[in-house]
Design a protein around this ligand. Structure first.
Ligand code: ADP
Ligand code: MG
Ligand code: MG
Length: 255
């Protein structure tokens, strides 16, 4: 599904500022991956570079989605291919309702992928069914995108967008931060349902907490711009107990 190969990235404005220093990562179909690591290790940068954020420049390596390089594609084109990137700070779009935005986005993606577009009535049925994934009330659909949403509602809305848009691969950056326990369970439950539908999910998270509710197939640790360790869910538990210090020696070993 996604292959990140020896990815080196610097800041567009300042090429001496190297942030990713050779990231390797392979995400298979229907797999849930967790990327963990201390603040500043490059997790969000990796998510943004996969999304095609213009602030960063890839100086070496490649990102393949379904076997093809996506480096030359702009963020919209990546989304049309089936990538979904939820950001750490979701934006507000006052004046545009959730429903309108989602139908436009859904149909653009469907058209691009040769799937059937939905008219307003068909979309109404579809979106109402998808509300169940995150236990969302129908009133939500007619509110402006993210405007006046609480932090928890924004995160929940992100998962809802993911449930509606049906992406092949989703990167969720800190979707768990700032959620109370009930919202966390709903979000985790939504992610589990989506992964069951054979979609791949990458959760970028600083904390182990959400992994109490979601069983990742693979856990990776980033330190200083590299993936220094990969394992299964036991790795996340070990990090919870022991922190990241025991891994710091690995960061200085060049891969
Ligand atoms: P994480 O998400 O793991 O906390 P980030 O990817 O946000 O880490 O940041 C990794 C490092 O790259 C940090 O030192 C951060 O300050 C730096 N960085 C990220 N984006 C930029 C940018 N646009 N300009 C300058 N430095 C950046
Ligand atoms: Mg699975
Ligand atoms: Mg981050």
């Amino acid at each position: 599904m996604l292959e990140v190969k020896d990815l080196h990235v610097c800041v567009e404005e300042d090429p001496s500022e190297k942030i990713l220093k050779g990231v390797n990562l392979t995400i298979g179909k229907g797999e849930i991956h967790a990327i963990m690591g201390p603040n500043g290790s490059g997790k969000s940068t990796l998510s943004k570079v996969v999304a095609g954020h213009e602030a960063y420049e890839v100086t070496q390596g490649d990102i393949l989605f379904e076997g093809e390089s996506i480096l030359d594609l702009d963020p919209d084109e990546r989304a049309h291919k089936g990538l979904f990137l939820a950001f750490q700070y979701p934006v507000e779009v006052p004046g545009v309702t959730n429903k309108t935005l989602l139908r436009q986005a859904y149909n653009t993606i469907a058209k691009e992928q040769g799937r059937e577009e939905l008219d307003p009535i068909e979309f109404e049925d579809y979106i109402n069914e998808r509300l169940n994934v995150v236990d969302m009330k129908p009133e939500f659909l007619d509110r402006s995108v993210n405007a006046g949403f609480s932090g928890g509602e924004k995160k929940r809305n992100e998962i809802f967008q993911m449930a509606v848009l049906n992406p092949k691969l989703s990167f969720l950056d800190e979707t768990d931060s700032g959620l109370d326990i009930d919202a966390l369970k709903i979000v985790a439950n939504g992610i589990n349902q989506i992964a069951d539908e054979e979609k791949s999910v990458v959760m970028v998270t600083h904390y182990q907490r959400i992994l109490d509710y979601i069983q990742p197939d693979h856990v990776h640790v980033m330190l200083d711009g590299k993936v220094v360790k990969s394992g299964d869910k036991d790795l996340a538990l070990k990090l919870e107990e022991q922190g990241y210090d025991w891994l710091t020696d690995l960061a200085s070993v060049s891969v």
